[in-house]
Design a protein around this ligand. Sequence first.
Ligand SMILES: NC(=O)C1=CN([C@@H]2O[C@H](COP(=O)(O)OP(=O)(O)OC[C@H]3O[C@@H](n4cnc5c(N)ncnc54)[C@H](O)[C@@H]3O)[C@@H](O)[C@H]2O)[C@@H](O)CC1
Ligand SMILES: [K+]
Length: 518
Amino acid sequence: MHIVTISEMRELEAQAESRYGLTSPILMQNAGKSAADLFEAHLLPTYSLKGLKVLFLIGPGNNGGDGLVMAEHLEHAGVLISLYYWKDKKLVVAGEQQQGPDIHEALKTQIHNADYVIDALLGTGRSRPMPEDMRDLLALVKTEREQRDDLNVVAIDLPSGLNADTGEVDPGSIAANTTITLAYPKLGFFFFPGRDYIGDLAVGDIGLPDDLQPSSKTEMITGQQVHKLLPERPLNSNKGTFGKVMLLCGSLPYPGSAFLAGSSAARVGAGLVTLAVTEKMLPFYASSFHEATFAILPEEDAESFDRANALIEKLAGYKALLVGPGLGQSANTREVILQVLEHLRSLPDKERPRLVIDADGLNNLSALERWWTLLPKDTVITPHPGEMGRLSAGIKVSGGNIERLELARTKAREWQVNLVLKGSCTILANPEGKIRINWWGNPALATAGTGDVLAGMISGFLAQGMPSFDAATAAVYLHTAAADLVNEYMNIERAGLLASDLLPYIPMTLVNTEFSEL
Ligand SMILES: NC(=O)C1=CN([C@@H]2O[C@H](COP(=O)(O)OP(=O)(O)OC[C@H]3O[C@@H](n4cnc5c(N)ncnc54)[C@H](O)[C@@H]3O)[C@@H](O)[C@H]2O)[C@@H](O)CC1
Ligand SMILES: [K+]
């Protein structure tokens, strides 16, 4: 699904009118109707609309207009509606305009009684800091919600005061429990602090024709998209059909990485997983990972040439190679990596295993001048912000702010790689400037070993012949989906997940994608 900036959204609306006669009032009718439908479908699976008390905060522009249309639809469905028009300071309760000197007190009563407050004050037309009286109005809602958690705020299009391009927020903005955005998610939703203000995201349909597409090269990854990317699993198949993946991972003191990454490759469906390990390490893996096969390498103090060659000799017929997790950063190991890269570059396209480099693979590379010139075509790299900083000559890389986007786009082009810049909303960028962003994040994933799982999943998809950018896309999405399943089935919330907990849930995510809307 496209992600749009404010100007891209305006351009779409202008085209809708000039090419299809879809004027602003028509789009607004569609927007308000769709918001009402989503409100009913997504937000109230267990409640009836009848008798529900909903207060609408109506702003001066089209965002307020959307709110009014939505209110009208909900009123027909039996919702008890009150409307507060911010600009005129007018309060209408059940169709009656409230009179008298103290509208403010009457408004407070409405907030106190409401089940839902709909924030339809400002949308993409926000052009300046919020006036104090709008901040005060939202502060009343915020205070009330702090006192009772059965008050929900639903933002129309976006939480008022949020900058839809950057994710910056006004001091008066309040976080929504749910945001019903119109037509497409806005870029600012994917960056902090904005990300924290969106709550659950739903995307409303404003009736734009299918062939009117945004020019944006930025996409939000969705379950349905991933479902279409996943490899076929024909009945007439054997383990050879689904490809072999080799892992150059794990060393003392990080043996677990190879197990986690290798298991993850198998869990996304790779036909065969081979761990390239030393004889000393073999007993550890052989006892914990029964399904793996092994390529035995000379010990780590052997000549780098011999270590690299032992791997290269075994590599024929492999479709994917993962280098890095737990590998260590000795000069000898760096030499091994360089020789393996040289070998990969020398192979014809068809015979070359697709490469994923993660963790120590990246740390080893970042010590070298113009390291990216050493990579074979179609490589995927998966840095977290710290690794990204080292790869980019020591700059500081944000974990969630908007600057990440341009950095990812520029560097993927410059380095000619498929870049997975990890973070709360992981960003993927390819050499052609295409961007895909993962909406889902899960703080439980902030624990050791989950990166190994992600890198393993990518290599498992590569083994099955998926193009590099798509393999990374599917893995990033399903990795957070697996974490959500762990939370659900293990009954945990934001902490306590072990990376290995993800493993049994990965296959379930492959099935679920078809049915997830976002
Ligand atoms: N234009 C269209 O075709 C459509 C617009 N849609 C809705 O319209 C919204 C955009 O509408 P508008 O462009 O009218 O913009 P908004 O409704 O976001 O706000 C613009 C109005 O608010 C005022 N304003 C701007 N910043 C302010 C601030 N900080 N404090 C107080 N007032 C401020 C402006 O003077 C203007 O009157 C979208 O977010 C969406 O909700 C949808 O109805 C779909 C179709
Ligand atoms: K709004």
